[in-house]
Design a protein around this ligand. Sequence first.
Ligand code: SF4
Length: 231
Amino acid sequence: MKAGALVKTTLIDYPGHIASVVFCQGCPWRCPFCHNPELVLPECMEIPIPEDVVFRELVNQKESVDAVVLSGGEILTQRDVAIWVERIHAMGLKVKIDTNGYYPDRMMSLFEKARPDYVAMDIKTDAAGYDKLVGKKGAFGRVRESISILASSGVDHEFRTTLIEGYHLPSRLLRLFELVPNTSRYYLQAFRPASVSVGDWSGYEATSPEYIRLAERLAKDFGLCVKIRNL
Ligand code: SF4
């Protein structure tokens, strides 16, 4: 695994757990609003943190956390995720995976080899807007497959959308909600502009509390198990 950053302790990345977070380098997408160019754009990446250094830190944190979040970038670009999940489980810690859903086959294979304890998958926009937003032709077909795999996997999970006021207009939101399984947990989280991002997304302001509540109401009316995160 190419680890780009490590956060020793977080209370917010894995619901109900105190976790360390390992951020991997590499992502096939180029979402313009992405806050992490240093994990996405090869020209912005630092030399990866050696694996033994990451695991030494995780061992040091073992008494202070009960879980590790493997995030990105896109974690399933890393071919040895299953080995990491096994190693972390062997330390007596739970594992959460964050994914964008671009690799349905790898998700399935991970579930067969080393099941994570929790998976959070983004649903970024509606079907028609997907490939354009993330800058990758064919992205939506793979996302749709991953939604179906995750929803029926038996792995504890959530789907989530970072709500961008001005982009996720109500008409788009209603089309997006069609993609969210109504038996899965679904979170809406507010977009916050960053000082640096992967592309130019400067026309969009932080999402207001009023708009996120409106989106929550629409999602509830749509029959989704929705909650707002970190308003
Ligand atoms: S926001 Fe988009 S570009 Fe950034 S890591 Fe996630 S999927 Fe990749």
